[in-house]
Design a binder for this molecule. Structure first.
Ligand SMILES: Cc1cc2nc3c(=O)[nH]c(=O)nc-3n(C[C@H](O)[C@H](O)[C@H](O)COP(=O)(O)O)c2cc1C
Length: 162
């Protein structure tokens, strides 16, 4: 395949064969208001030091907040949290109205009842085409034994172990 006949839809379909979990990543804006997005681009990077990565579209509303943020929280969703995933996948502010959360580092919102939580400090930001790639240092983390929410071929799924 050459650059001339590149088909974005076919590329998306190829990538969607890679099943992922689903995260909500939260921080605060300059006025201290909570900000959050749904992201499946999360992945592990390094054990020593403990680093993770994720990427955010350059046209997303919350990008400037994450670019300025020192701290953010990554919540790995459980299989019952499809609704909150859809809520945080909507563009714009004001996603926290009916959501239960508590203050973390620098008042960054920590959501309740997720499968896992990683509290992170921004370490690096890289240009990644139409996305910015964030590499974060994990400051603390926790998880529970609940089953995670899966995203595969553009649809939510549950985890079946073999
Ligand atoms: C399951 C799922 C995974 C997503 N993963 C990402 C992602 O990794 N990066 C990204 O930029 N957008 C991702 N999105 C889309 C964002 O959640 C969506 O664009 C959201 O509107 C961004 O919020 P904002 O515009 O308020 O910043 C995902 C959406 C869904 C439903």
């Amino acid at each position: 395949m050459t650059q001339e006949n590149f088909d974005p839809r076919a590329f998306r379909n190829t990538l969607s064969q890679f099943a992922t979990g689903v995260t909500i990543i939260t921080t605060v804006d300059e006025d201290g208001a909570p900000v959050g997005i749904t992201a499946s681009s999360f992945n592990s990077v390094s054990m020593d030091p403990p680093l993770i990565l994720w990427s955010l579209a350059k046209d997303s509303y919350s990008l400037p907040c994450f670019q300025k943020a020192e701290y953010y929280n990554i919540h790995i969703l459980s299989q019952t949290q499809e609704d909150i995933s859809n809520l945080f996948a909507r563009p714009g502010a004001d996603k926290f109205g009916d959501v239960d959360f508590m203050p973390g580092r620098d008042n960054t919102p920590i959501l309740k009842d997720c499968a896992a939580l990683l509290e992170c400090r921004t370490r690096h930001q890289y240009d990644g085409g139409d996305h910015i790639i964030f590499v974060g240092e994990v400051l603390s983390h926790d998880h529970c034994e609940t089953e995670p929410l899966i995203f595969h071929q553009g649809q939510y799924a549950t985890c079946a172990k073999i």
